[in-house]
Design a protein around this ligand. Structure first.
Ligand code: AMP
Ligand code: ZN
Length: 287
């Protein structure tokens, strides 16, 4: 094994162990998007469970959003699961009333609607199937970008959930982020080196140039890259500080408000009707 691969696995496995991301008896649903990040999360989790002999179940799954390119994405995700000898579960957003063609016509950014649909289904479906935790491919660069955006926007408290593990809270399924201390480029290199199938480019036509969210993210990624090439251990040190800040924020402002249940679907929400049900309602009004 190359030095890089060993170092990468050591970092991720250390994160899994130190923050108890995997525990005996767990049923962890691993959310796959077809990309290098979530693919690497599944790979490292699988290796960890095998090497340590932890008695738990890893269940990869994918949400097919029903875009024209979604079939191709699903094929790649299928290859990833097969590569690791696991069977994949695929859910179709359309089975839950989502019509992306209609949603694209709404006067709100499609990326944010798509994110909302994914977050909702990623919480609800695994939980309904007995999951104890949800694993995603979110990595250090994602959190550093969000952290800067929140800081500049004066919303520091929005970073309070930037930790490797969030416990289950009522119907809100606990989340784990094994890639918390590694960056996007490291995931790419790891996926390439181990031969893990993954989408090399983003197939989503909305995210390429059309979306402001994406342009701003790219700018921040360049900044992170610039600094990390000049400052050794930048990502790791940033993540340690962000995690400490998140812990401080959540102890200072514990979530005292109990989560409510959506009047329509029963899923967790802070209001009366959840954002997903409101989106479906808006979609119905599109002609
Ligand atoms: P994103 O918000 O697209 O950066 O995705 C963040 C994480 O959500 C990924 O690392 C995956 O773990 C998960 N994810 C994204 N898209 C999907 C999808 N269509 N189906 C299942 N999981 C997904
Ligand atoms: Zn609802």
């Amino acid at each position: 094994m190359t030095g890089f691969r060993e170092r990468y696995l050591k970092t991720v496995h250390h994160t899994i162990e130190r923050y108890r991301l995997v525990e005996p008896g767990d049923c962890i649903f691993v959310a796959l998007s077809g990309g290098k990040d979530s693919g690497s999360a599944l790979y490292t989790l699988t290796r960890y469970v095998e090497e340590r002999g932890v008695e738990c179940r890893l269940q990869p799954f994918h949400i097919n959003l029903g875009f024209p390119f979604s079939q191709r994405v699903e094929e790649v995700v299928e290859e990833q699961a097969e590569f690791l000898g696991l069977s994949l579960k695929v859910f179709h957003a359309s089975d839950y009333g989502v019509d992306m063609e209609r949603i694209a016509k709404l006067p709100r950014p499609i990326c944010s609607s798509c994110g909302l649909v994914k977050r909702y289904l990623m919480n609800r479906l695994p939980r309904e199937l007995g999951a104890t935790k949800l694993a995603t491919g979110h990595h250090a660069d994602d959190f550093i970008v969000f952290f800067f955006k929140n800081l500049l926007g004066g919303n520091l408290e929005w970073s309070s959930k930037f930790v490797p593990k969030l416990p289950t809270r009522g119907k809100q399924l606990g989340r784990i982020r094994p890639l918390f201390f590694v960056g996007g480029e490291e995931n790419r290199r790891f996926a390439e080196e181990v031969g893990l199938p993954h989408l090399k480019e983003d197939l989503c036509p909305y995210s390429t140039y059309g979306c402001g969210v994406d342009r701003s993210k790219r700018m921040w990624l360049e900044v992170i890259d610039y600094i990390s090439r000049r400052q050794r251990g930048f990502r790791r040190r940033m993540m340690t500080s962000i995690m400490r800040l998140a812990e401080t924020l959540s102890t200072q402002r514990p979530e005292t408000q109990p989560l409510r249940e959506c009047r329509i679907c029963g899923e967790p929400t802070s209001g009366e009707i959840c954002a997903f049900c409101r989106l479906l309602e808006a979609q119905r009004r599109v002609d």
